[in-house]
Design a protein. Structure first.
Length: 295
């Protein structure tokens, strides 16, 4: 699952920041001297840094652990300096709970491992416990902002011992709440996926159709990837292949492309197998008169 903001020009700034040294003294000075209104901007910067680290949009590395660590460090500073700000704790909870899965997100060859196939014993339980405790405090305060809601979604995944134990209905409800707090087509995309996982692909696909009909995310590779996945789950392999091809053509990092190409091969093979099965089960056509003559 992706975080709810798409890469923008702001992400270019994040990559430029990653190419030069920023000292801890610089960060402390910024946070200690900034007006309160800047607090939300710094939160957004930490979120963007983490988003780029979690799923890099450029370069060979699909995950930038250094950027994830820097974003978490910045979020910790915000909590330390603004302990009364529930969204600061919500942001830190979100980053910890999401980053806890990092070691399981790639296999030994550097290929993407989807959430449902991850070895959950490799998830960082210490980070999960810390993030869950922070989220519990935010919930006690009764303040659920956008970061806290995303943290709540990550917590539902974290508490599922097996993929089949995931409370997808709860996740879909949380995405509905998030859509009210921070409307976004990417939130709607993730909600559609959660609905499909809870109720079946046939319930999620119309939601994706509605997104596309509004002209939103038409160039976003993860919309086509999601459509391909739901078609695959519904056994509509030919349509899945079309969607996977489009997702590959729209981009993503190298590891994502390899994953989509693997899915494309799987559904293409399923299309061929289904065609062969239909051919072998087709009743024999009665031979015509001329065909009986042996000529």
């Amino acid at each position: 699952m992706r975080l709810i903001w798409r890469p923008t020009r702001s992400a270019e700034g994040v990559r430029r920041v990653g190419s030069r040294t920023i000292t801890r003294r610089d960060v402390y000075h910024l946070l200690l001297t900034m007006p309160w209104r800047w607090f939300f901007g710094v939160q957004a910067v930490a979120y963007l840094i983490f988003t780029e680290g979690h799923a890099a949009t450029h370069g060979d590395a699909p995950i930038r652990a250094d950027l994830c660590a820097e974003a978490i460090r910045l979020a910790r500073l915000l909590v330390r300096l603004f302990p009364e700000a529930s969204e600061a704790r919500g942001l830190l909870a979100l980053l910890l709970l999401t980053d806890a899965r990092r070691q399981a997100r790639l296999d030994a060859g550097g290929d993407v491992v989807p959430l449902e196939e991850q070895d959950r014993s490799r998830w960082d339980r210490a980070q999960i416990e810390e993030g869950a405790a922070l989220l519990e405090g935010v919930l006690r305060d009764g303040a659920l902002g956008a970061y806290a809601l995303q943290a709540a979604i990550a917590a539902v995944h974290a508490r599922a011992g097996r993929a089949e134990d995931t409370a997808w209905g709860e996740i879909a409800a949380l995405y509905s709440m998030l859509a009210q707090v921070r409307p976004s087509p990417v939130v709607e995309l993730n909600r559609a996926i959660a609905v499909a996982m809870a109720d079946g692909a046939d319930y999620g696909l119309p939601l994706l159709d509605a997104l596309e009909a509004r002209g939103e995310l038409v160039d976003y590779h993860l919309l086509s990837a999601a459509r391909g996945d739901l078609f695959r789950r519904a056994g509509r392999f030919a349509e899945a292949a079309v969607s996977y091809r489009r997702a590959i053509s729209l981009g993503g990092n190298e590891a994502e492309r390899r994953f989509l190409e693997r899915r494309l091969r799987e559904v293409s093979e399923a299309v061929v197998a289904a065609s062969e099965a239909r051919s072998s089960s087709r009743p024999l056509r009665p031979l015509g008169r001329k065909e009986h003559t042996g000529v």
